[in-house]
Design a protein around this ligand. Structure first.
Ligand code: SF4
Length: 379
């Protein structure tokens, strides 16, 4: 394991020193997670693409004046969910822009037609419908959340998530990617991490790398996540996601992080974070993603056989059978998981609402062909 001070010295490590660092990270992964690399078979529902923020790397967000701006109806949500069920998905991921109703009249009007005044209450209704009427488990990615908003969602969501992205306040200044984005204030995002812990929510978070943050700021962000997990035990996974250029965004000409930068960050993340936190990197954002397996990751994240990656629409998901094969070629074994990790269904059951827990355990038993009640051990 690494101290923050040691990690801060590693920002330029390369060549054989980088390989040594990766070997240390991979050894911890092997010790805690074995030779398994997990993924979640999921369907994505972009409930709304309106957002009060304007991050300059985002292609997902649409201004309400755009003909592509939308809030999905419950019928549309259900139609997508049914496609997911038919394709064997177990998770439905709601992704959405942050609180568009606080900024745009058009969002308030659209929500009011759906019988709601806030996106969070509409999201809670959509989650309840999915939990009740489908075989899928809802996971919500709704950005910063207040205590009250977590309370609204928790009875219907197996897990929740919000990328911390960075703890850099510098990136909120004029000319920087988070300028004019109130929900990207590091203080607000760290508060959400804390609230999720206090409210006992299995939580996914992570870093977006290459948006202008320094190496030291990356270490600060990893340290902050780990400290929150030490207090509450709620961080089930950390995603390390690489920034990618896209046409038409404010950062269309910003350099992308190099592969070595990604490998260095993954290895240091594995060596800073508590080993029970799953470490994930997306396989569709680099052609050389199998090299991440040598840097300590144990998870490929959500992969959909049904819907595109709405955040990076130009990068298709890998075919699951092909990913299984390339993972096997690296000496690892691909295994499906649910949106909530086994430790929260087995040991830390107070993290999940009873109805959601029963459904999660039932799905897990089906996937593994064993009786949850009789099994009694972490699978
Ligand atoms: S908060 Fe999310 S959806 Fe909104 S602009 Fe930023 S990245 Fe896009």
């Amino acid at each position: 394991m690494l101290t923050a001070e040691q990690a801060r010295q590693l920002g330029h490590v390369r060549g054989s020193d980088l390989r040594d660092l990766m070997r240390q990270a991979a050894a911890i992964k092997q010790q805690y997670w074995g030779d398994t690399i997990s993924y979640s078979r999921k369907v994505f529902v972009p409930l709304t693409n309106m957002c009060r923020d304007t991050c300059t790397y985002c292609t997902f967000v649409k201004h309400p004046s755009s003909p592509d701006a939308h809030i999905m109806t419950l019928d549309q949500v259900m139609a997508t969910a049914r496609k997911g069920e038919e394709a064997g998905c177990k998770e439905l991921l709601f992704s959405l822009g942050e609180k568009p109703e606080l900024r745009y009249e058009a969002a308030r009007t659209a929500l009011s037609k759906l019988g709601h005044t806030t996106m969070t209450s509409y999201l809670a209704e959509a989650c309840a419908m999915i939990l009740r009427e489908t075989t899928l488990l809802p996971h919500v990615n709704a950005g910063t959340l207040t205590d009250d908003e977590i309370d609204q969602l928790r009875p219907y969501a197996a897990s929740m998530g919000m990328m911390l992205e960075t703890t850099s306040k510098r990136l909120m200044k004029a000319g920087q990617p988070h300028y004019g984005c109130p929900d990207k204030s590091p203080v607000q995002r760290l508060r959400t991490l804390e609230r999720a812990g206090q409210k006992r929510v299995p939580f996914t978070t992570g870093l977006l790398i290459g948006i202008g943050e320094t190496w030291e700021e990356r270490i600060d962000a990893l340290e902050a996540i780990n400290a929150s997990h030490r207090r509450y035990g709620h961080i089930q996974e950390v995603i390390i996601q690489n920034f990618l250029r896209k046409p038409g965004i404010g950062m269309a000409n910003h350099p992308e992080p190099a592969l070595d930068d990604m490998l260095r960050t993954l290895a240091v993340a594995r060596l800073i974070l508590s080993p029970d936190i799953s470490l994930q990197a997306p396989p569709n954002l680099s052609e050389r993603h199998t090299e991440y397996l040598q840097a300590g990751i144990n998870d490929w994240g959500g992969i959909s056989p049904v819907t595109i990656d709405f955040i990076n629409p130009q990068h298709r998901w890998p075919v699951i059978e092909e990913l299984a094969s390339s993972t096997r070629a690296c000496g690892q074994r691909l295994e499906e998981r649910l949106t909530v990790y086994p430790s929260y269904m087995q040991d830390k059951t107070e993290f999940i609402d009873p109805a959601v827990l029963a459904k999660s355990q039932g799905l897990w038993s089906q996937m593994n062909g064993r009786d949850w009640q009789l099994d009694g051990v972490l699978l």
